[in-house]
Design a protein around this ligand. Structure first.
Ligand code: OAD
Length: 316
């Protein structure tokens, strides 16, 4: 997108805030780091650096659905670190809520999975959780959906969570009287099977292979190779791509498609403001306000003449 030359400074940004009525806010992990939740790509402190330091080649593989279905223990051994059941939110969340209270928030598209927008009071109708969240979880086998919090103990204990509904069904099935075995062709007695500690004669009936196993639970986070929720595409294409008057992008490296594509699908006359610690080269923002997003939001509100009331999170 082309930069609009008339907007450059933080005062311009404050003026844009005051004059806009349909603000689209696009957020990323940077808005929750002041609460102690790591972001993904910051050098040294980001979750993916930690994952790499444990020997995984790419941090993203933790959130890859193909890897998850192959071996869910990788996700379960690491995801506890980004799990949040905090009962507080950041000043930046409070800023977005303030926009809503002032009737200026069109939609908050969040890439975050911590669900803190809900805690901050962002209206469900104005919130699109582009990458899902930990709020609910589903079984990969039977699809049963449960509150995400029921997995938290397993995530913290680094234990793969199994589906309770599948477990119940298996237990019920085990109680049913077994039908008489069908006549089978006798297999040659010479077959041996490797067991844990010994060699043991096997009848050749590979019973173990037929034992039903419960499905693995997965938080309803959108993994790589999974489609984003329909609400994301519907709301953006049918409404917001035609009907916003300001875009605020806060605390994201904007590296993950399709969210990273959103600025390119908005009318060129809609101003874009970027608030984050690190500048972004691949999108032309009209104003880039670099720093701690909580500080920037306070300052923007001060210059807009709005009171943002929220306790600052002590640093360090
Ligand atoms: P990233 O970690 O890629 O980017 C977060 C950005 O926020 C970085 O550029 C930081 O410099 C900046 N930042 C961190 N703390 C900040 C602070 N206090 N104030 C201002 N800026 C700060 O995270 P996202 O862009 O959100 O997917 O990542 C996008 C997606 O990639 C995530 O949703 C995640 C990941 O794979 C899933 O969870 C499925």
């Amino acid at each position: 997108r082309q930069k609009l030359i008339q907007h450059n400074t933080i005062d311009d940004a404050a003026k844009l805030l005051r004059r806009s009525r349909k603000i689209m806010v696009l957020t990323g992990a940077g808005i929750s780091t002041s609460l102690g939740i790591p972001d993904f790509r910051s050098k040294g402190t980001g979750f993916y650096d930690k994952v790499r330091s444990l020997g995984y080649s790419a941090g993203e593989e933790v959130f890859d659905i193909i890897e998850f279905d192959r071996d869910p223990s990788v996700f379960y051994s690491l995801a506890g670190d980004i799990l949040s059941d905090l009962n507080r939110f950041s000043p930046t969340h409070a800023f977005i809520k303030l926009l809503q209270d002032k009737g200026r928030l069109q939609t908050n598209y969040t890439q975050n999975i911590d669900n803190l927008e809900e805690l901050a009071g962002i209206d469900r109708k104005r919130l699109i959780q582009c990458h899902g969240s930990f709020a609910t979880a589903s079984c990969r086998k039977c699809g049963d959906r449960v509150p995400g919090s029921t997995l938290f103990a397993d995530l913290r204990a680094k234990r793969v969570a199994k589906c309770k509904r599948c477990e119940k069904a298996i237990a019920e099935q085990a109680k049913q009287p077994k039908p008489p075995p069908l006549p089978t062709k006798k297999k040659p007695p010479s077959k041996f099977k490797l067991r844990k500690n010994d060699w043991e004669s096997s009848s050749g009936d590979d019973e173990d292979d037929n034992i039903p196993t419960p499905g693995v639970m997965k938080p309803d986070i959108t993994f790589f190779h999974e489609k984003l929720p329909d609400t994301f595409f519907d709301r953006f294409t049918e409404q917001d791509s035609k009907d916003v008057d300001l875009v605020l992008v806060i605390g994201t490296s904007l590296k993950v498609a399709p969210v990273s594509e959103m600025p390119h699908h908005l009318p060129p006359e809609v101003p874009h403001i970027f608030i984050s610690k690190e500048a972004i080269e691949h999108v032309n923002f009209d104003v880039q306000l670099l720093g701690e997003c909580d500080d920037v939001c306070f300052e923007l509100c001060r210059r807009a003449g709005w009171g943002l009331r929220h306790e600052m999170i002590p640093k360090g």
